[in-house]
Write a protein that binds this ligand. Structure first.
Ligand code: ASP
Length: 440
């Protein structure tokens, strides 16, 4: 039988009504056998996520402040869900244990993880599924990195013993048993880890939008949705700011060749976005799959006569940047020039020192740092070996009177990246979108 791992985000489990939708979705398909919940999220726009309440409460305990009120607020969220669902479930012992552990300084990560832990217990009870505590199945190394091999073996063996289970997202355990969390939004990663360990046929990631959009809807009015995208395209777009999944969530399923389907809990009939291994090479609907971008980059511009004949020039340049903890995003070179594009915030507090060091080490003829660059990535498997894609990007920008300060095309012909003035950012995304999506 086919197996699906289903992960539900915080807004999908924010209250009893959402829990009911989730249960309907799970019961509608026998294959949906392993469930990964987040902690209850926001019920309305200025509501507070339970994870944030837990951080605040733990900090109050540690600062010796009165925390009873904030702890009561957390209990209320969970008890409200339990009573609205009509469940016979008493979490008072759990709350007591958590209170004791907070006082014993069990750690901020332990505190934050309790949102997923308690929500997992409630969801398992509501569905009639087994509950697997992630602390017994998801492991980190002594250095605090996710331990892929041990987790896969251990979790795989546990899943073999149960047909239907809930495994809370976001946390696992260190070798000494201490609770550790992934970075924020990390339940997406847990879902991917569970899908790999279960050798699932599909990882469904349920959220509150019907999949990914070709461009940011705050910039482009009513953009088209993306029905199918490859892992490589997704990586390019999410690196440039398109946020749909936790950054690391693609890796476990990608290595196992399992597709991800982003779905909407509030509109389950919508197909959503299907993310598939690149080797599947699905037919592209359009030349481009998506457009994303980010502001606040700086260009370190260097000129030096006969740069190419100075052996080790680029190595020395990169070494200085590395010593300052600066990561080059792009590095277009000419015969006697090189520009290094970096995140402006990485220069903070060390601009002068870095300038001096670069001048000492590589002795440029001309050197300057220019801020205010935005990068836009135009991504699409459909552009591979299609002639004229770059021309269309440049034509769209030039008609809009936007100056291009940098161009970079990935060697796999999956993306074209342009650097423009930050002030032109929104306009540039709109005209590129119109060029490809309204004229095809
Ligand atoms: N609850 C955690 C957070 O708010 C993890 C998650 O939802 O994925 O970041």
């Amino acid at each position: 039988m086919s197996k699906k791992v289903v992960k539900f985000g915080g807004s999908s489990l924010a209250d009893a009504n959402q829990f009911r939708k989730v249960a309907d979705i799970i019961h509608a398909d026998e294959a949906r056998c392993y469930v990964v919940p987040s902690a209850p999220g926001k019920r309305y726009s200025d509501d507070i996520k339970v994870t944030d309440m837990l951080y605040t409460c733990y900090d109050a305990v540690q600062n010796g402040e009165d925390f009873e009120k904030s702890f009561a607020g957390i209990k209320e969220r969970f008890e409200g869900i339990i009573s609205d669902l009509g469940l016979t479930l008493d979490l008072s012992e759990e709350f007591e244990k958590i209170g004791v552990n907070f006082k014993a300084a069990a750690g901020r990560e332990y505190a934050a993880s309790r949102g997923e832990y308690l929500n997992g217990i409630i969801l398992a009870k509501f569905l009639g599924f087994d509950f697997i505590d992630a602390a017994k199945a998801i492991f980190f190394t002594n250095k605090g990195n996710f331990d892929d091999d041990i987790t896969n073996a251990c979790l795989g063996a546990m899943l073999d013993k149960t047909e239907k289970a809930v495994i809370p997202g976001f946390y696992g355990a260190m070798p000494d048993g201490t609770i550790k969390t992934f970075s924020r939004g990390g339940s997406d990663f847990t879902g991917s880890v569970v899908a790999k360990a279960a050798q699932a046929d599909m990882y469904e990631n349920w959220t509150d939008v019907s999949g990914m959009l070709v461009a940011d809807p705050r910039i482009v009015e009513n953009p088209a949705g993306i029905s199918i995208i490859t892992y490589s395209e997704l990586r390019e777009l999410s690196y440039m700011g398109a946020s749909v999944l936790h950054e690391d969530a693609v890796f476990p399923v990608r290595s196992a060749g399992i597709p991800i389907n982003i779905k909407n809990t509030n509109a389950p009939e919508d197909a959503g976005t299907l993310i598939v291994p690149s080797e599947k090479n699905p037919a592209a609907e359009h030349v481009i799959t998506g457009i994303a971008g980010k502001k606040d980059f700086s260009v370190i511009s260097i000129e030096k006569d006969r740069m190419n004949s100075h052996k080790g020039f680029l190595r020395r340049l990169l070494q200085v940047l590395e010593n300052h903890g600066i990561f080059p995003e792009h590095m277009p070179t000419g015969i006697d020039t090189v520009s290094v594009i970096v995140n402006s915030h990485e220069l903070e507090g060390q601009r002068e020192k870095l300038t001096q060091r670069l001048k000492d080490v590589i002795k440029p003829d001309h050197f300057e740092i220019v801020d205010g660059l935005a990068l836009i990535a135009v991504v699409g498997r459909g552009m591979r070996s299609v002639k004229g894609t770059a021309t269309r990007v440049f034509a769209a920008l030039s008609h809009a009177n936007i100056n291009i300060r940098m161009i970079d095309q990935g060697s796999s012909e999956l993306n074209i990246i342009v650097g423009i003035e930050s002030a032109d950012f929104e306009k540039a995304i709109k005209v590129i979108y119109n060029m490809f999506m309204l004229s095809e």
